[in-house]
Ligand binder design. Structure first.
Ligand code: G6P
Length: 459
């Protein structure tokens, strides 16, 4: 059956992301959740990777339809290793998160990445109609647009990068650095999370002798013009606020006056979890003896466990957590609760609402929507405090949070102290400002502003 039409101008919206929900349940997790919200509004076709199989044939397999259609492209086990674990998550991810020291470069893995990108381009080419908008998500598919152009596809193509853009020095560590600007130039719009990312991308492009900057910040490269713009991603704030309000009070068996701090992250070295634990440790060592005993609940489900750097950060975190509780715990008090298992979104919403402060303190992060979800979940009468790293993309919009430098343990632990003791008046003021931003620039705003820009491009 043909994929259904949807109202994006006259054509359909075709979205590609590596991860795609395989069942009809409302999906969990950052990018996937955002795409679900976006497509529920706009309709269209969502393409993502199938689970690895023995053989990978060309084409798409339809896996669901409803407000929008879903289909998968095939990848082999070997491609999963080379394209996903390898080039995507051991080269692009660390490099784009300013960790060139963690790069694990292999020529064959890049070849698998290029092969998968070519297959995705062929799959799109087999279903695309002239007026469709193609919207590529994230670092797994940096070469798809170039492959589509090579196949003669003239449609409007947008890229949104959910992670930070590397600076011109770090990017030199990429063996394919010379090709990067031609990959970008195959799109019409390159969307990034923050102005800081746009600045980095422009600097990288400036090093390409073939790229020429035009008036209004557009770029010209080999007869194609394209724009690099920032579109900070949002959340469905209204829906999340309702979920938090309706959530059952989580039973944490804490004393009524015990401050609860919360952190929720994929277990990733970019999230600054060790630094966060150490700042909490510093706070515990220095806290006033009469203060109620705080609990810090960190939820950190593991991801990409077959990549060595992820195994290492997991071990380091476990050691740190153990030594902190060893130093500070009492018969009736465990200051740090470290939970690795998956926790349902509804329960997390309730935990955010109950928490007195959230620690969103990555060393590098595209946006970090936990910051926005925490704000949306608060009770405006008695709101909790957001402690936010300068290095989260969210900091560009959310400067009413307590902004911290996660590398500076002492000022970080001072911020924890300040959050725990912040007077109601100040909490309300900060929350009010944050809440307005989160509700105004929500997921609808993000989708609409990106797609409006993309539709304006002359194909
Ligand atoms: C980040 C990336 C997404 C990715 C998600 C989960 O948010 O930007 O593209 O899907 O992490 O990572 P995973 O490797 O499990 O899909």
């Amino acid at each position: 059956a043909p994929f259904s039409d949807s109202p994006v101008g006259t054509g359909r919206l075709i979205v590609v992301s590596n991860r795609i929900p395989k069942s009809n349940e409302v999906p969990a997790g950052g990018l996937v959740n955002a795409m679900h919200e976006a497509l529920t509004g706009a309709g269209g076709l969502w393409i993502g990777a199938a689970d690895p199989s023995e053989q990978a044939l060309d084409g798409l397999t339809r896996i669901g339809s409803g407000d929008y259609d879903r289909a998968t492209f095939a990848i082999t086990e070997a491609e999963h290793i080379g394209y996903y674990l390898g080039y995507s998550n051991s080269v692009l991810w660390p490099l784009f998160h300013h960790r060139p020291d963690l790069l694990d470069i292999s020529e064959s893995e890049f070849e698998a990445y290029a092969a998968v990108n070519r297959r995705v381009a062929r799959a799109i080419a087999s279903t695309v109609k002239p007026d469709d908008l193609i919207w590529i998500q994230d670092y797994h598919f940096l070469m798809v647009a170039q492959e589509l152009r090579a196949l003669g596809i003239a449609n409007r193509i947008g890229l949104f990068l959910h992670i930070p853009f590397p600076n011109p020095t770090d990017v030199m560590a990429l063996p394919q650095v010379a090709a990067l600007s031609s990959w970008l130039a195959a799109h019409d719009i390159v969307g990034l999370q923050t102005m800081r990312d746009v600045t980095s991308a422009n600097e990288v492009l400036r090093h390409d002798p073939k790229a020429q900057v035009l008036r209004g910040g557009k770029w010209l490269r080999e007869n194609r013009t394209f724009s690099v713009l920032s579109f900070p991603i949002g959340i469905d704030a209204e829906k999340f606020a309702k979920t938090a309000e309706a959530a059952r009070k989580p039973d944490l068996q804490l004393a009524d006056d015990a401050p609860l701090l919360i952190g929720v992250d994929r277990l990733d070295y970019s999230k600054g979890l060790v630094q966060r634990f150490e700042a909490f440790d510093d706070y515990l060592s220095r806290r006033a003896k009469g203060d109620p005993r705080p609990t810090f609940l960190q939820i950190a489900p593991p991801s990409r466990e077959d990549v060595a750097a992820y195994q290492e950060i997991r071990e380091e975190l476990e050691r740190t957590a153990g030594s902190i509780n060893g130093a500070h715990a009492d018969l009736d008090w465990t200051p740090l609760r470290y939970v690795r298992r998956h926790v349902d979104r509804d329960l997390i919403a309730g935990l955010y609402r109950r928490a007195d402060a959230a620690l969103v303190t990555p060393l590098a992060d595209g946006m970090n929507i936990v910051a926005k979800e925490f704000v949306a979940a608060q009770d405006a009468e008695d709101p909790g405090v957001l402690i936010l790293s300068h290095f989260a993309g969210a900091a560009e919009q959310m400067d009413a949070a307590l902004l911290i430098n996660p590398f500076d343990k002492r000022s970080f632990s001072d911020a924890i102290d300040r959050a725990i003791h912040m007077p109601l008046e100040e909490r309300r003021e900060r929350h009010q400002t944050l809440r307005e931003g989160v509700f105004e620039k929500d997921i609808r705003w993000w989708t609409d502003s990106f797609l409006a820009r993309l539709s304006q491009v002359r194909p």
